[in-house]
Design a protein around this ligand. Structure first.
Ligand SMILES: NC(=O)C1=CN([C@@H]2O[C@H](COP(=O)(O)OP(=O)(O)OC[C@H]3O[C@@H](n4cnc5c(N)ncnc54)[C@H](OP(=O)(O)O)[C@@H]3O)[C@@H](O)[C@H]2O)C=CC1
Ligand SMILES: O=C(O)CCC(=O)C(=O)O
Length: 411
């Protein structure tokens, strides 16, 4: 089942639990707008290259649509659609006043030079500038994009609409970005882990972790879990995987990578097969890379007791069922990785207020939002007698449905 079918299935299941009218169900499922644009740029060698860019604006009942822009060779309309829908439920679970959107360009960012990436981002922004905006749709970084990408988007958008820092979040601090946004998704995942472990009388110190993906989300999750006293025993990215049963020295690994070293030549751990990573013995598995990495091929072999979905849609439907039957607790993406969009909301608020918060305030508010969302998910699980994924979906869908009904449909 592809990402869109899986997300829509979860939505329908939640709609049934909530007893939603089928007409509202249909209106919530179908995206408000799907944009597909051709982006042609001159490459550094003078040849032309054409890419396809997407922005799916799923729902705006609760506020401006919000979601990242992904640069990855596997970006396709179906997946962007699923990710946009997930954003609608995620912002509702987080109780931030946004709807959901997602965008992406099918490209390999690692194979493009900095100036090619800049041209591509500017052309994409030119094509969609009329359809995004501070009160309509506010992009942010996702896989393969970062604060620099947002700086180019902001600059290009501002040529058409005047200086508009709040049109994107995840910007560099010098352009109105928020302190704490870079770490926010990983930090939010760490708070989510603390909240879940506390339910079982457990905590990060004393637990073992395996983390897949060492990009923005994975590296911050690893750093913060290590800092809190958690033992990160295995990590991996697209280049390979490493294990040290006594715990990897994460700051030393990050230093090694920042100095240009690859995972495989880090001396503080042994190299393992990448396929072994997700089925490695541990208390908590934290996938922070691509979607669909937990599937029918490997779900039965997962040895973790708990999965924290740092990535979007890392667990496909078949894996979800297998893991549920095995008693593995899955903390779903629409809660576990919501720290990014929560601090994006703080960034947008700061831009609109023209007032900058200190990092302590950002982190404290993030912790408060993560705690509150967890309490609401738990209450929903109790009232609907369902697992955490369905509890989170039901909470999000219910909030969006209520906002939709309150707005009404009169022309
Ligand atoms: N950035 C954000 O704020 C948010 C991101 N997310 C989600 O988190 C996930 C990661 O995003 P982000 O950290 O921003 O992305 P990045 O591009 O910063 O990092 C992605 C990481 O995944 C690794 N990776 C890519 N392909 C594979 C693969 N086939 N096997 C193993 N590892 C792989 C990359 O390895 P390498 O570097 O070697 O290519 C890199 O370490 C995505 O699902 C995203 O949607 C969710 C909420 C917010
Ligand atoms: O920060 C944001 O606005 C969106 C982050 C995002 O794309 C996500 O949560 O998947």
């Amino acid at each position: 089942m592809n990402a869109l079918a899986a997300t829509s299935r979860n939505f329908r299941q939640a709609a049934r639990l909530l007893g939603l009218d089928s007409k509202i169900e249909k209106s919530l499922l179908i995206p408000l707008r799907e944009i597909k644009v051709e982006c042609t740029i001159p490459k550094d060698d003078g040849t032309l290259a054409t890419f396809v860019g997407f922005r799916v604006q799923h729902d705006n009942a609760r506020g401006p649509m919000k979601g990242g822009i992904r640069y990855h060779p596997e970006v396709d309309p179906n997946e962007v659609n699923a990710l946009a829908q997930l954003m609608t439920w995620k912002t509702a679970v987080a109780a931030v006043p946004y709807g959901g959107a997602k965008g992406g360009i099918g490209c390999s960012p690692g194979e493009l030079s900095r100036s090619e990436l800049e041209r591509l981002t500017r052309v994409f922004t030119q094509k969609i500038h009329d359809l995004i905006g501070i009160n309509t749709d506010v992009p942010a970084p996702d896989m393969g994009t970062n604060a620099q990408t947002m700086a180019w988007m902001l600059d290009e958008y501002s040529k058409f609409h005047g200086h508009s820092p709040a049109v994107v979040t995840g910007k560099p601090i010098d352009l109105g970005g928020s302190l704490g946004r870079d770490a926010a998704t990983g930090r939010g995942a760490m708070y989510a882990t603390e909240n879940l472990l506390a339910e079982y009388g457990e905590s990060i110190p004393g637990s073992t972790f395996v983390i897949q993906g060492l990009g923005n989300v994975g590296s911050w999750a690893a750093k913060l879990i290590h800092q809190k006293g958690g033992k990160v025993i295995a990590v991996g990215d697209v280049t390979g995987a490493l294990r040290n049963k006594s715990g990897i020295d994460i700051p030393a690994l990050m230093k090694h990578r920042d100095e240009g070293g690859s995972l495989k030549d880090f001396h503080g751990a042994e190299v393992i097969d990448v396929a072994e990573l997700l089925v490695h013995e541990c208390d908590v598995l934290v996938p922070c890379a691509l979607g669909g990495v937990l599937n029918r091929e490997n779900a039965a072999d997962v040895k973790a007791r708990i999965i924290i979905e740092g990535a979007n849609h890392p667990t496909d439907t078949e894996a979800d069922e297998i893991l549920d039957k095995k008693g593995v607790i899955v903390l779903p993406d629409i809660y576990a990785n919501s720290g990014g969009v929560i601090v994006s909301y703080f960034e947008w608020v700061q831009n609109i207020q023209g007032f900058m918060w200190d990092e302590e305030k950002v982190n404290m508010e993030l912790q408060r939002y993560m705690k509150s969302a967890f309490q609401h998910i738990k209450a929903m699980c109790k009232s609907q007698n369902c697992n955490l994924r369905m509890g989170a979906f039901s909470l999000g869908v219910n909030r969006v449905a209520r906002a939709t009904l309150l707005r009404g449909w009169e022309a």
